[in-house]
Design a protein around this ligand. Sequence first.
Ligand SMILES: Nc1ncnc2c1ncn2[C@@H]1O[C@H](COP(=O)(O)OP(=O)(O)O)[C@@H](O)[C@H]1O
Ligand SMILES: [Mg+2]
Length: 261
Amino acid sequence: MTTHSTRVVVGVYHLTKSFGKQFVLRDINLQVANGEFVFLVGHSGAGKSTLLRLIYMDDFPTSGQVVVGPYVSTRMQRSIIPQLRRRIGIIFQDFKLLEDRNVFENVALAMRINGTPMGEIKRQATDILTRVGLYHKRYEYPPALSGGEQQRVSIARAVANRPAVLLADEPTGNLDPVVTRSILDLLFKINAGGTAVLMATHDLDMVKSFGQRIIYLEDGRIKRDKEMIYVGDLRERIAESKVGREAEELGDHDLSDRQEE
Ligand SMILES: Nc1ncnc2c1ncn2[C@@H]1O[C@H](COP(=O)(O)OP(=O)(O)O)[C@@H](O)[C@H]1O
Ligand SMILES: [Mg+2]
């Protein structure tokens, strides 16, 4: 029996995943605490996306288990997957927005699915779109937005149900340094509000200067799990980081008002 304290939002225990004869993840053990920000770093093919997918329970381990709040992968039923998904937000490199729905509808849909009343949906969607700086674009459709704006919509959608943890799979993979900086800044802001974040990236250079916990994944194993050095609001660190300096060189001085493209 696995035990874990109530402060653990994601627990992964002796997890192994294979596809046929290929072992993609081997004996993975990790815990993400309430409110923590963790980078999951590894080369392409290391198993990052697979691990996130197993945490989201879009697929299941070959052996071992994933625990998210009260939900345990080995005891999961299809009927309770929607309840689990309310505790987890997820964003991807390619945004995965519904292109035939406007910004407001993309955010509202996540709440409508779990039966939130319309008045509450409007209030909450307004609040979250304001926080990501896109309320004025609520009637636009995703193809009319820049990459950075689309990612901000997908972040708004992912946190609309106030999840305990946000999973981010290479969220800045398609974005230039200035926009990357603004997206990291937004993720740090969401984290400062109490949401745990687990962000996968292949770009160690981008994240190492934050002094934050980094889990190194190599060939499906955890090579190293660097302890957290910096405790606090990560937004204070961004200017000193590599991505912060790159953005600065490109002449970015005002993140909130910047017009992307
Ligand atoms: N559904 C699948 N079927 C077979 N192999 C897969 C599947 N998903 C991932 N893999 C393999 O698992 C390995 C890890 O992939 P992935 O988790 O996408 O790595 P990363 O996100 O770190 O680049 C790769 O070799 C990939 O080909
Ligand atoms: Mg991947």
